[in-house]
Write a protein that binds this ligand. Structure first.
Ligand code: SAH
Length: 395
């Protein structure tokens, strides 16, 4: 296979040499024939030295690199990459547990495969391509997944409709690429708890797998407490808290999310009147609530999807955390998160600390949390560290 070649402008090779997986369009010398979206390209320094191989996109991130050594990006190449991702999860004790059959197998840049996400729900793999490059490879990837998971995966569902660049006009349609499943959802297990996951209609690939470790941590602190789970979605935090809390309230603005949260609580505890749910806006709920909670979870959607919205997002985090810190009972514990990629850990901490200072309450940090090991952070790509959490003790 002869691959298109692109050459970087003089002096623009520093970040690739430090293994950062993105090449911005401004770093590239003028090209005579533009590659097509999704083409594999080889990247060269201005002196002709080979640097990397990756997928081409016409946007501001022009190349997403999947190899820093010269390669033939064929089936064997991607088999090796996927096998590495699987082996990492076996070594990190994530795959193959009987208590947990929901985990992420491929986390984009974190696994050296920028543009590809693969989540495992029991025997079903849900794949999301974020680039035309991986969308073109979807059948090859789907074909490899049973093999590299030792036939744990028997069906692969492609959910790229909402993640592919709109301008690419690829016309993706969500559906099974290989195998099938009698339903569009399944019951999976996380640390022994049961959850119904709807990969067809659910957010992301169906479940917020990335909060697994924080949910476990919450279980340690929920005993006997009155728990408020804001932005509850499938009720993940609520199900863990219900193990030993005095009461649990779940809030989400989406009716569908609240229905799913109720179902998940019932799946694990039957009809248990310690749980109540509210399909309403978080800010109005917080404004109207009394100081009855001594454990609050704030896990909002990304407030900033891009750099331009950063200041507004930080204001949002300040406002949200200020009300929670103000109203939580003395000795209360706040689990607060940001999943906005453009909000750094420092920005988030500052917002929360300013919120705390404004309430005048004494606040200590119990834990600082992040994403679990199946969402690995590529140390050469700081942007892959998107999930930040603080567990605070409010006196
Ligand atoms: N904590 C969840 C994930 C939260 S995702 C888990 O562990 O799985 C964010 C959720 O916030 C979504 O379900 C969305 O419906 C909800 N949401 C978004 N805006 C909201 C608002 N203004 N008020 C209440 N919920 C909101």
């Amino acid at each position: 296979m002869t691959l298109a070649k692109i050459t970087l402008k003089k002096g623009k090779d520093q970040s690739v040499r430090r293994y950062h997986p993105w090449i911005f369009s401004g770093a590239i010398s003028p090209i005579t024939t533009q590659p097509k979206e999704g083409d594999v390209v080889e990247v060269y320094a201005s002196d002709g030295t080979y640097l990397a191989t990756g997928h081409w996109s016409p946007g501001s991130i022009a190349v997403r690199i999947f190899s820093f050594t010269r390669c033939e990006p064929d089936r064997d190449f991607f088999r090796k990459k996927l096998t590495d991702a699987m082996q990492y999860r076996i070594n990190a004790r994530l795959a193959g547990s009987s208590a947990t059959d929901v985990w992420r197998l491929v986390h984009g840049e974190g696994d050296g495969l920028p543009g590809l996400i693969v989540d495992i729900y029991g025997s079903v793999a849900v794949m999301q391509a974020h680039t035309a490059g991986f969308w073109r490879l979807r059948e090859m990837i789907a074909g490899l997944l049973p093999e590299i998971t030792d036939n744990l995966v028997t069906a692969v569902y492609d959910k790229s409709e909402g993640t592919l660049p709109f301008m690419a006009r690829l016309g993706p349609v969500n559906g099974f690429i290989t195998g099938s499943h009698p339903d569009t959802n399944a019951i999976v297990r996380e640390n022994g708890f049961k959850f119904r996951v709807d990969w067809e209609k659910g957010q992301k690939t169906g479940f917020f797998i990335d909060q697994r470790d924080s949910r476990s941590l919450l279980q340690r602190y929920s005993e006997g407490r009155n728990v408020l789970n804001m932005f509850g979605y499938t009720g993940g935090f609520s199900v863990y808290a219900m193990k030993n809390a005095a009461m649990v309230h779940t809030v989400d603005s989406s009716d569908a999310a609240i229905a799913l949260a109720n179902e998940n609580v019932s799946l694990n505890y039957g009809d248990d009147n310690r749980h109540k749910s509210f399909a309403t806006d978080a800010f109005s709920f917080l404004a109207g609530m009394k100081n009855e909670y001594d454990l609050i979870v704030l896990d909002p959607p990304a407030f900033a999807k891009h750099q331009a919205a950063l200041n507004q997002a930080l204001q949002g985090y300040r406002r949200l955390n200020a009300i929670a810190i103000q109203k939580i009972r003395p000795g209360g514990i706040l689990f607060t998160f940001s999943c906005s990629q453009v909000v750094s850990r420092d920005d988030f901490r500052r917002s929360v600390f300013v919120a705390a200072a404004n309430t005048g309450r004494n606040v200590r940090i119990l834990y600082q949390t992040g994403q679990p090991p199946d969402h690995p952070v590529n140390i050469y790509h700081p942007e892959s560290e998107y999930l930040k959490g603080l567990v605070l003790y409010v006196e």
